[in-house]
Design a protein around this ligand. Sequence first.
Ligand code: DGT
Ligand code: CA
Ligand code: CA
Ligand code: ZN
Length: 574
Amino acid sequence: MENREIACLLAETADLMEVAAEDSFRIRSYRNAASVIESYPERIEDVARDPERKLTGIPGVGKTIAAVIADILERGSFSKRDELLQKYHPGALELLKIQGLGPKSIALLIEHYDVRTLDDLERICREQKLRQLPRMGAKLEEKVLRGIEQFRSSAGRFLLSFATGLARELIEYLAATPGVECVQAAGSLRRGRETVGDLDLLVTGRDPAAALDRFTCYSRVHDVLGKGANKASARVGLEGMQVDVRALPAESYGAALQYFTGSKDHNVALRQRALRLGCSLSEYGLFRLDESRVAGASEPEIYEKLGLAWIAPELRENQGEIEAAAQGRLPALIDLQDIRGDLHMHTRETDGRATLEEMAAECKALGYEYLAITDHSKALAMANGLDETRAVEFARRVREINRNGLGIRVFSGLECDILRDGRMDLAGDALAELDFVIGSVHSHMNLEPAEMTSRLLRALECPHLKLIGHPTGRLLLHREPYPFDFERVATEAGRRGVMLEINASPERLDLYAPLLRTAKAKDVKFVIATDAHHPAHLRNMIYGVTMARRGWLTKDDVLNTLPLAQFAAAIAAK
Ligand code: DGT
Ligand code: CA
Ligand code: CA
Ligand code: ZN
C-alpha cells in the first residue's frame, strides 16, 4: 500500500472524529500523522515489514497510530474508522468534501435532518432548510449547492500528480512482461491535463497481449471491467482509478498513440485535414482511399505525412496548434531543464517542515543556481507568519548566509498576504529589505468579482511586489478560482512589470492554459515555482512546466530560466 493511501485513511478518520466531536488532541494526532506519512521519503509499508525497525521511529507516529497503521496494512481499515463509518453513513465522507461545509456544520445537519448522503444535502438546501440552522444562512445554501455541483463534475477525476505516479508504477510493472517492448501512457495524462479521468496505456512488442494477462493479475487490480484480445480495463488501488490497457501491433502503434492521446477535438480536426488530402486517419493508421497504408508505426510520421510539424501533446487541444504546425510557427516550448531556480517555498519559520539549509541543499541537488525562501506574513497567524521585525531580521540572516556561501544563491523572500482591501500585510520599509516579495490572496476569497479585481489592482501598486502568487486561488477538485477580471489584472501586471506565478503544486496548477495565453498576449512574464513546504515538494516543478507548455510558453516567457546574474539584475530592476 502506498503512503498516500495510508495518509488518506488517517485524514478521513480525523474528519469523521471531528464530526463526532471527539477529543481535539487525538484528532490532531491523526491529522499530523497523515501529513507526515504523505510526504515520508520511504514506503511506510517497507518500514513496517522490516524486523529491524519500528513504526514509532517515524516522527508523529506514537503507539496508537503505529497499531492503526499495522491494521491498515493488514486489512485496509482499522477499528476507529469502522466504528465511525458504522455510526455515520459512508456518504458522510462525501459530505466532508463539499466546499463551505465543515465537520461542525455536518454534525448539525446529521443531528437535525438526518442528512446522510449528497442527495439528502441537496434536498435540504433546495427546501431552504439549511438556513434554519444556527449560524447558517441563505448564502451558505447557495454556496453548498454550487459545491455539490462541482463535486459531482469532478468526481471520478484525479490529480495529474496522482495519475503520473500510478502510470509510472504500472508501466514499470507491464514493461517487465516477456514479449513486450514498449509501454506508454496516452490520453489526458500525456497531454498534461491538470486532472485525469482514466489512464490509457498502450503496449506493443512481439506479444503485446501478454501484458493484458499480466495486468489483470496485478496485486493492486481489483474489479476487472472487461478483457478482450486487444484491450483490458480494470480499477486499480484504493482510489479505484480506471485503467485501460491496449495491446497493439507495431505497424499501427504510432497511429494508436496519436489517436488515444487526443484530445478528441484535436483528432476531429486532424481527421478533417486527412480527408482534404484524400486520406483517412484512424487509430489503425493513415491510409489512401484505396486503403494502402501511408503511415502508422510512428507518430511523427503521421504528422509529417499530413504536412505538419510534430505537435507536442500538451498543445493538442484544437486551440490553433494545427494551423501553427502547418505554417511552421509552433512555439519552442519551455522544458524542465530550462529552470534554474525555485522562487516560492516555506520553511519551519512558518508552515514548512524543513530548514532553509535543507531546502537550499535540495535545490542544489536539483541543479539550480538560486532559490528564494518565501515564508508567510503575519496575517496567516495560524502559520506563525512573519511580522516586520522578523522579516527584516530574516533578510539580514540571508545576507550573512550568502557571504559564507551555501554553494547556491539564496534570495530573501516573503509570501506576503494581500489584505481584503488590497494593501500588503507588511509595511513598505520592511518589504524593501527583501529581495523577492510575492503577494498572495489567502483570505476573503468570496468577494464580488469587481471587489476582487480592485483588490488585486491595488496590490499591483505596491512598488516592492515582484510576483502574484497562485493568482486565481483555485484548488483542483476542491475549490473553484475566485472570479475577477483576469484580463484587466494581467494587463496591469504586464504594464507594471509584476510577474504572475505558475504554481506547480499539484493541487493548484494555477495559472493554466487559457489564462496563460491571455496574460502572455499582455506582455506578462511568469515564474514557475513549487510552493514547497518540504524538500520533496521541490520535485513538483515538472507539473508547473507542463502547465507552461500547455499555455504555449517558451523559455523567454519565464523569468526563472535566467542565469543567476541576469535574474538578480532583473528582480533588482523592478
Ligand atoms: P480523461 O480520461 O477524461 O481525462 O480524458 P482523455 O482525453 O484521456 O479521454 P478518454 O480516456 O475518454 O479517451 C482517450 C483519447 O481517445 C481521447 O483523448 C481521444 C480519443 N477518443 C476517445 N473517444 C473518441 C471519439 O469519440 N472520437 C475521437 N476522435 N477520439 C476519441
Ligand atoms: Ca483517459
Ligand atoms: Ca480511456
Ligand atoms: Zn500561498
